[in-house]
Design a protein around this ligand. Sequence first.
Ligand code: GLU
Length: 452
Amino acid sequence: MTSRPDRSTALAHLHAEIVRRNPAEHEFHQAAREVLDSLGPALAARSEYRDPGLVERLIEPERQIIFRVPWQDDQGCVHVNRGFRIEYNSALGPYKGGLRFHPSVNLGIIKFLGFEQVFKNALTGLGIGGGKGGSDFDPQGRSDAEVMRFCQSFMTELYRHIGEYTDVPAGDIGVGSREIGYLFGQYRRITNRWEGGVLTGKRAGWGGSLIRPEATGYGNVLFAEAMLHERGEDLEGQTAVVSGSGNVALYTIQKLIALGANPVTCSDSSGYVVDEKGIDLELLCQIKEVERGRVSTYAERRGSSARFVPGGRVWEVPADLALPSATQNELDEDAAATLIRNGVKAVSEGANMPTTPKAVQLLQQAGVAFGPGKAANAGGVAVSALEMTQNASRTTWKADQVENELARIMTDIHNTCAETAERYGSPGDYVTGANIAGFERVADAVLAQGVI
Ligand code: GLU
C-alpha cells in the first residue's frame, strides 16, 4: 500500500512532467492540475487506480492533429490559419467535442478543452469519448462567403480524421449552425456519404436535434436550480448575472426568465450591459443572432433601464447567482471577492473553465455553491449525443422528448457529483465530485481495455 504523502508526491511529480513536456500550454496545465488535485482520495481508495501509467494515459491525448488551413477572402487575398483536432480519449465512445473558431485558439487551449471534455462526456453517461478542435480563424466581421470558404478548406483536411464511429465534432465559440452547415456540406461532397452522425449541432430539418441550440444554457440553469434545491432554495425571484452573449448566454437568460429568476446582464469583449428591468431577450436575440451586432447596441435601443459599461465586467453587479457563460478565466479572484461581498449564493459555469482556481477556492471557502463546467455545462454535449441517437435510428424526436431527457440527464449529473463528493468525504464539493466521478468512469474503461 502506498502511503498518502507518496501519492500526493507522485501527483505533484506528474504535474511537473506535464508542464515540462507541454511547454507554454498554460490553460492545459491549469485544467490538468485541477483534476489531479481532486484525485488523491480516489487513488487512496482503489488500488487499481494506482496502476503505473493509468493517470499518465489519461493525460496524454490519443492523437493530436495540427494542419494548415489556407483560404481566400472576398478581395482574393490568401490567409493561412492553423487547424487543430485533439482526439483525447475514446475508451467510452467515439471522440466527441466541439470546434472553436477564435483568434485566441492555440494548442494549449484546445488541449485543455479536450481534457475537460473527456470527463464531462463521461458524466453524461451516454457513451461518448472526448475530443476538441478548432482554429485561430476569426469569424468576426467576415462575410458568409468567407466563412464558407474557410469551413470548406478546414473540412478538406479534417474529413479524413472524423466519422460517426470515429470522431464527431460540433460547435463551440465561433461555430454555430451556419458553420456546421458549411462543414457538413463539404464532408458530404468529399466522402459522397450522407452521414448525419458525423457532426452535431446541425439545423433541424436535415438531421439536427430540436433543443440542441438551447441545451447548454438550459442545462446550466437546471444544474444551478438543483444546487439551490439542495440548500432549500429556489430560482424564483433570484437576480442573476450572466456573462457573454453567445448561444450559451442567450439560452441561459431564456431559461432563467422561464423559471422566475431575473437575469440583469450580458456582455461581449467590449464591455457589459446591465438592465434594471431584466434583459429583454427578444431585443438581445435580434441584435446578436439576426444582426450579429454588439451588446452596446442593446443599451442604445432599450431605453433608460439599461446602460452599457465599456470595458467593465458583469461581476461587479450585485446578484444572488452568477452564470459565467463567455470564456475561460473570465472570473478571477477579485471578481469572486466582489461576488461574495455582494452575497452571491451560487456560481454555475456555462462556459468551459471560466473561473480561475483561486476564485473557485475563495467561493467554496465562503460557502457559495459552485457548479464546475464539466458538470454544469454538460447539457450541450448530452443533447449532441441524443442527436447522434436520432441520426442512427433515422428518427426525429419532439422538443418535449429532448427537453425531458435533458432534464433527466442534468439531475443525474448533479446527483452523481453530489453522491461522489459525499462518498469521498467532501460533501457539497461539486468540483471533487465531478472530477472523481468522471475519472472513475473513464479509468474503469481504460483499465478494462488494456494498455493501448
Ligand atoms: N462545445 C460544447 C462543449 O463544450 C459542445 C460539444 C458537443 O456538442 O460535442 O461541451
